[in-house]
Ligand binder design. Structure first.
Ligand SMILES: [Zn+2]
Ligand SMILES: [Zn+2]
Length: 348
């Protein structure tokens, strides 16, 4: 098979590698499309070293068609369309014993800790597969994983009907939090980002969204104005860094300031720098800060919503390129974040 191998950091090579052999208890998936994630953008130059060890095959957002079924596997047939959940948890650590799998201390991801989906085939255990409807476009199947992040965040935050929300960051994660939230509440959703192109995608594809560019107006003041001083029920942080725009506090602190009394902040951004928080601002509201990492089986909920037409996957896809063009795809994403949200790799 062909695969996009990260031979050394910052250098992909599209080349022949051995097709995985299906072991008993596994299913061979012929991967159709894989989606490039922000995490991949960090893996590419070596930010994840030594967790990632080159040469290896990244890719944790992908799906395809069942190609072969290993001995003893039931419930799948050759030709089934499937999304692959890349998470492997240990089952033994204190978090796993409490079924809190995203917090597994030994959590591994296909495409990060092991070879992943930037390849034409992968062999996985059937519990990692979620069947999509036969008529779902293959491109959309590759987005089930990232939608899972959005649905998981909403589950962690407890989004419910009527809630008014704010989302800091209209990148890949912010957009899936938004689309997932839209399936749960018709309340106003504020979305904050300095990139107009990303705000536009959010507003065009989702009802009752108010875009706020923090370089043009202070988002906390804008939210207070729109909500008659009340604030939002939940504020999500999907920025991932603590840089301040002049006159605006860091994303997490701004989230706290935009809350109503008793509201919640749900933090997803994986920055390395400390993010200053004034706890008095949270305590006065008796607010909560919660976090959300990866997903926890929300694939089924995503597929249901895809089938019902409740999501807008095409809104996320900026460009589709062939797997052999992967090096160029990473360069485009690095050089022009304002133009590209999701780039999909066609692995056929
Ligand atoms: Zn991802
Ligand atoms: Zn564990």
């Amino acid at each position: 098979m062909k695969a996009a191998v990260l031979e050394t950091y910052s250098q992909f090579v599209w080349k022949d590698v051995p097709t995985p052999k299906v072991k008993p208890g596994e299913v061979l998936v012929h991967i159709k499309f894989a989606s490039i994630c922000g995490t991949d953008m960090h893996i590419f130059p070596g930010d994840f070293h030594p967790r990632t060890q080159v040469p290896f095959i990244p890719g944790h957002e992908f799906g395809g068609i069942v190609a072969e079924i290993g001995e003893g596997v039931t419930g799948f047939a050759v030709g089934d369309k499937v999304a692959v959940d890349p998470i492997i948890w240990c089952g033994e650590c204190p978090a796993c014993q409490r079924k809190h799998y995203p917090a597994c201390t030994k959590l591994k991801l296909l495409g990060v800790d092991l070879d992943g989906g930037f390849a034409q085939y992968i062999s996985v255990e059937p519990h990692m597969l979620f069947k999509a409807a036969p008529n779902t476009p293959d491109e959309h199947v590759a987005l089930v994983e990232i939608y899972g992040i959005g649905f998981h965040a909403n589950r962690r935050a407890g989004t419910k009907a009527g809630d008014v929300l704010a989302i800091w960051g209209a990148g890949r994660v912010g957009q899936v939090i938004l689309q997932a939230a839209r399936t749960k509440t018709k309340g106003t959703i504020f979305i904050v980002d300095p990139l107009e192109s990303r705000l536009e995608i959010a507003v065009k594809n989702n009802e009752n969204v108010v875009a706020i560019n923090p370089e043009k107006e202070n988002p906390v003041e804008a939210i207070k104005r729109y909500t008659d001083g009340k604030g939002v029920d939940i504020a999500f942080e999907a920025v991932g860094h603590a840089h301040e725009i002049e006159g605006v506090f860091t994303p997490v602190r701004s989230c706290i300031q935009s809350l109503r009394g008793g509201g919640k902040v749900c933090v997803l951004g994986l920055g390395d720098d400390p993010s200053p928080v004034v706890f008095k601002e949270l305590i006065w509201k008796e607010g909560q800060i919660i976090t959300s990492r990866v997903s926890d089986g929300e694939f089924a909920e995503v597929i249901e919503n895809l089938n019902a037409g409740n999501l807008k996957p095409d809104a996320l896809i900026s460009k589709v390129m062939h797997g052999s063009e992967i090096q160029k795809a990473f360069e485009l994403l690095n050089n022009s974040p304002e133009k590209y949200l999701k780039v999909l790799l066609d692995l056929s």
